[in-house]
Design a binder for this molecule. Structure first.
Ligand code: COA
Length: 412
């Protein structure tokens, strides 16, 4: 078994266009404070018709390999977590392999369980390396999605799009997982959010999905805490066990969810200590432990599988140097549902990696669009034709239409 496993490098890719949610609120006749304060969201990324999940995932991986060049024959596995694939059978991983002309000597596959898929991909890669099956090779985990709800529905302000590519290896310069198995899991067969075959937009029982998320979090967190205590990872000086973690990044379908999640984790800790479930410092604790990971999700919106990892990327960018050698918690939730609470240690060199430049660039190069243009782009995403004209885009790879039933991609 390898001792140190985790993320050696990561890159993010988000669409060039975004909608300011105060513009959406005005168009829908909603008080903007409901979105900005009630849901805690500010902007959401909008993919154009050439930017499907393949284009986002392939561009994220290209950025990763440009910033962190490795001998491509060392990649032995490419696992993609997504819930917005483009084919019932052919995985996004296979298209990505083709776009980047990666060698044939690798496993390629997708993993699906709603927003948990990115974590499933990361864990599959970590387990493969830890078991020795990788035989010295490295693995790539990608989380990529375009979140879609019906226009005008309560879910509409919680859309977004993006991809995060992670190089997983036994040289984890960014993040060393507490691996194997210092994690807690909780799953149940529920219909809180789903997308039947033939539908582009998800169906969701929104308020119930929040309850399912919090219930799963309670179980997964208790599971992690028991294993962390056994492994002596809980800091004896911490007033409650969750304070042993310098930061906690939660899956964020909308940023207010992280606030609800953190309140639940503290309530579980306090309840299990036999105390009242509030102690008056929830807000301070949230600002210190959680808010730093919300910078990117607040600007990009919900990118389903990628949301948690956008949070982690933003966190490492903003606080990589002060968090070096310190433990952080991660909570991944996929409706339906499954969930995992796990932890990792921030690497010494996290702050100096190319990630910070990548994240800054991703935000700087964006363009604000109006509601009319957003609605036009959403309608165009459904087309199977090549996008008309040559739209300026941050995506190096682009969907170029369907020929003889086969999806084609071009490289800018
Ligand atoms: N000013 C400030 N806050 C306001 C407000 C206003 N004018 N109007 C409403 N709010 C607050 C509400 O109090 C609520 O906060 P709370 O949850 O802390 O009580 C929040 O804004 C949302 O309002 P609500 O009426 O519950 O919104 P909604 O019924 O339209 O939908 C979701 C909210 C999250 C259910 C909906 O966006 C959704 O279905 N999203 C997709 C599913 C999802 O993301 N699930 C998460 C788990 S995976």
């Amino acid at each position: 078994m390898k001792n140190q496993i985790g993320i050696e490098a990561m890159a993010v890719h988000v669409p060039k266009r975004y909608l300011d949610l105060s513009d959406l609120a005005a168009a829908r006749g909603v008080d903007p404070a409901k979105y900005t304060i009630g849901l805690g969201v500010k902007e959401m990324a909008v993919a154009d018709s050439g930017e499907d999940t393949v284009a986002l995932a392939a561009t994220a991986l290209l950025r990763l390999l440009e910033q962190h060049p490795i001998d491509r024959t060392r990649i032995g596995m490419l696992a993609v977590g997504t819930e917005t694939g483009v084919d019932h059978s052919k995985p996004i991983a296979s298209y990505v392999q083709g776009c980047l002309e990666l060698p044939q000597t690798m496993r390629t596959f997708d993993l699906k369980h709603a927003c948990y898929g990115g974590t499933a991909a990361l864990m599959a890669c970590a387990d493969w390396i830890a078991s020795g099956s990788g035989a010295g090779k490295v693995a790539i985990a990608i989380a990529a999605d375009i979140a879609r709800y019906e226009l005008g529905s309560p879910g509409e302000p919680t859309q977004g799009a993006g991809a995060v590519a992670m190089l997983v290896s036994d040289d984890p310069r960014l993040l060393t997982l507490h691996h194997p198995a210092i994690s807690g899991v909780s799953s149940a067969d529920v219909h809180d959010f789903w997308r039947p075959h033939g539908r582009r937009e998800a169906l969701v029982d929104g308020h119930y999905s929040i309850e399912c998320y919090l219930e799963a979090l309670s179980g997964a967190y208790r599971g992690w805490r028991a294993k962390a205590a056994e492994a002596d990872l809980i800091d004896g000086d911490a007033r409650v066990p969750s304070e042993s973690l310098a930061r906690i990044a939660y899956h964020v379908p909308f940023c207010k969810m992280a606030q609800k999640a953190h309140a639940r984790v503290r309530a579980v800790d306090l309840e299990d200590l036999g105390e009242s479930t509030t102690d008056g410092i929830e807000k301070e604790s949230f600002e210190r432990q959680v808010a730093p990971s919300l910078a990117l999700p607040r600007r990009i919106g919900n990118a389903y599988t990628a949301s948690l990892y956008l949070g982690v990327a933003g966190l490492l960018t903003a606080e990589g140097s002060s968090l070096a050698r310190r433990p952080i918690g991660l909570f991944s939730y996929g409706s339906g549902c499954t969930s995992e609470f796990f932890s990792a240690v921030v690497g010494e060199r996290a702050a100096t990696s190319a990630l910070a430049r990548d994240v800054a660039q991703a935000l700087e190069e964006r363009e604000r669009i109006g509601v009319e243009e957003y609605e036009r782009l959403i309608a165009a995403q459904a087309s199977s034709s090549a996008p008309a004209g040559r739209p300026s885009s941050r995506s190096t790879f682009r969907f170029a239409g369907v020929e003889a039933g086969r999806r084609r991609y071009t490289r800018a």
